[in-house]
Design a binder for this molecule. Structure first.
Ligand code: NAD
Length: 542
């Protein structure tokens, strides 16, 4: 066998294409949208590399066009989850022992396919099934997914390269073993990139995986799986099942070979999962890795030294891009009364120019929210705000689900900094604003810190370096991703590793080496080159 210490190709972030009128990418995207709308997809589960169909077919519709049928997916049951676990365990030995170069090549090829020939298709699927604008789909399903796959390969080699010290007679080595058992990837609806990263990151490190995507993201998940398989992923390494969360959980969390969960989703679901894992802890062969990135109630703290126009842009983009359905979306803002008129003037003019509608009209900034449950929940909060004396809707507030799940971008002004929409994650296009007296800035810093259970993202707007420094220190634990004079959304792989603490998750930083370290179990090997031949130490001699 020939050996070499290979290096991997240089990595850079995938450039974001503009989709301006007349650009080739726009033409291709329009073609891909037309093509996807021209037929009804039939989406099977993929277990052990085989397509699995059932009698239960679930219809998929675009959130912004309820009466269009994108296709159907085949829903499974407990037996399919068991099959997926068995397939993962069967594939394990060969996959874990194949050279890392083979695993790297598969995911690098997948990244090249996503950035190249599959780009328009996966973006169109994300636009149609998750109601994302062309730009939002591009930064997610094309760029971020390609970045995750490419940078993870680099991080993997960095992890493998890190070795302990040795000396002339002892050679110390660290091996990064895959976890014993299988990993469960449980993914959310809102990012195609996260859906692709959660199963592929553990797989890259030598694990085999059962992947359950969100029901609302099956349409683009199927394309990711197509790409992985075409890139050469062997059967059984990632097994894609479409079952309800509790059905998957029931089988997986009581299985002795359950080795870890890679989760992104809501805080409540994650806390229940943690409890279930705890209740079953005596059944497992190893202590499972629990990695979960969860909800947020992200703040924008504005100081009187800030630039009002910059604040307004950050609020408009941060709160309303992708209908506020980013875990990092700005959803509570603290604005000094002496800047309020200017900031509101600018936000209002932004709001008046925003168009809402189908993703196929590229001039729409806002599209639909993901489903009826989300629509109903948001409508309830908005209607309650309309009746509450502590809240005033100063923009939007209209909700219409006749054609699609459209919630108008809504701004609530409140005099109560603990008003419910300042504290709870709504996950929609609703921003709540508290206007404060600038002389109370110090107390407002504490308010920001203590108002919600979350600590995902947050921003400070100020031109005053002393203020920025003070806020950074005082809000030390209030956000895992902290922004200075910027909106709190838009983290990029390898630039702003992403994740929060407190109720927002385990902060294992997707898009960094830290995350991959959770999917390996190191073994230390000490080899003695000159083993001692006498038990007696020199100090024992007279
Ligand atoms: P969700 O919690 O409803 O669903 C996530 C996944 O868990 C889905 O696959 C779902 O089917 C499954 N699930 C739901 N109930 C379950 C149960 N009882 N048992 C087992 N599985 C279950 O989240 P979502 O609506 O898809 O996504 C939105 C949430 O995700 C928001 O709270 C958002 O803040 C969060 N999020 C966080 C990050 C982050 O990095 N922190 C990123 C994206 C989304």
């Amino acid at each position: 066998m020939q050996e070499s210490l290979f290096s991997v190709p240089p990595v850079k972030n995938e450039p974001v294409l503009s989709y301006i009128s007349g650009s080739p990418e726009r033409e291709k995207l329009i073609e891909a949208l037309k093509c996807a709308k021209g037929y009804e997809a039939d989406i099977p589960m993929i277990i052990n590399g085989k397509e699995v169909r059932t009698d239960e077919k679930i219809m998929m519709n675009p959130p912004h066009e309820r009466d269009h049928v994108l296709g159907y997916y085949h829903r499974g049951n407990e037996s399919h989850v068991e099959d997926a676990i068995n397939a993962a365990l069967m594939a394990k030995k060969q996959w874990a022992s194949v050279s890392w170069k083979q695993r790297a090549s598969i995911f690098l090829k997948a990244a090249a396919m996503i950035a190249g020939p599959y780009r328009a298709r996966i973006n169109a699927a994300t636009m149609l099934a998750q109601s994302k604008s062309a730009h939002q789909a591009e930064i997610d399903s094309a760029c971020e997914l390609a970045d995750f796959l490419r940078f993870n390969v680099r991080y993997m080699t960095e992890i493998y390269t890190e070795q302990p010290n040795s000396d002339e007679i002892n050679w110390n080595r660290l091996e990064q073993r895959e976890l014993e058992g299988f990993v469960f990837a449980l993914t959310p609806f809102n990012f195609t990139a996260i859906a692709g990263n959660l199963p592929s990151a553990p797989a890259l490190m030598g694990n085999t995986v059962v992947w359950k995507p969100s029901n609302s993201q099956v349409y683009s998940a199927a394309i990711i799986m197509d790409i992985f398989m075409e890139a050469g992923l062997p059967e059984g390494v990632i097994n894609l099942v479409f079952v309800s969360g509790p059905v998957a959980g029931k089988v997986i969390f009581s299985h002795p070979d359950f080795a870890g969960i890679h989760f992104t989703g809501s805080t409540g679901v994650f806390q229940n999962i943690w409890k279930e894992v705890g209740n079953n802890i005596h059944k497992y062969k190893s202590y499972p890795r629990i990695v979960g990135e969860t909800g947020g109630k992200n703040f924008v703290l504005v100081h009187e030294s800030s630039n009002p126009r910059e604040v307004a842009t950050a609020l408009t983009r941060g709160a309303f891009e992708y209908q506020g359905q980013k875990c990092s979306a700005a959803s509570r803002a603290y604005i000094p009364s002496n800047l309020w008129d200017q900031i509101w003037n600018d936000v209002k003019s932004d709001m008046d120019s925003i168009k809402m509608g189908s993703v196929e009209d590229l001039s729409n900034f806002v599209n639909a929210v993901i489903d009826e449950a989300s629509f109903d929940k948001l409508e309830m909060f908005i209607n309650n705000a309309k009746k509450d004396k502590n809240a005033k809707i100063i923009h939007g507030g209209n909700c219409d689900k006749s054609k699609g799940f459209f919630i108008e971008p809504t701004i609530i002004l409140t005099k109560d900094p603990h008003y419910i929409t300042m504290e709870e994650e709504l996950f929609g296009p609703v921003l709540t604003i508290y206007v404060y007296d600038p002389k109370d800035f110090d107390e407002v810093i504490d308010l920001v810190d203590t108002t919600s259970i979350y600590a995902l993202t947050g921003s400070i707007f100020s031109k005053d370096r002393y203020i920025i420094e003070k806020v950074l220190k005082r809000l030390n634990h209030a956000a895992g991703n902290f922004y200075i004079n910027d909106k709190p959304t838009g983290a990029v792989v390898n630039m702003q590793p992403f994740g929060g603490a407190r109720g927002s998750g385990t902060n294992d930083k997707a898009g960094s080496k830290l995350n991959l370290l959770r999917w390996v179990s190191p073994r230390t090997i000490k080899e003695c080159l000159l083993p001692p031949k006498n038990y007696r130490y020199p100090f024992l001699e007279k």
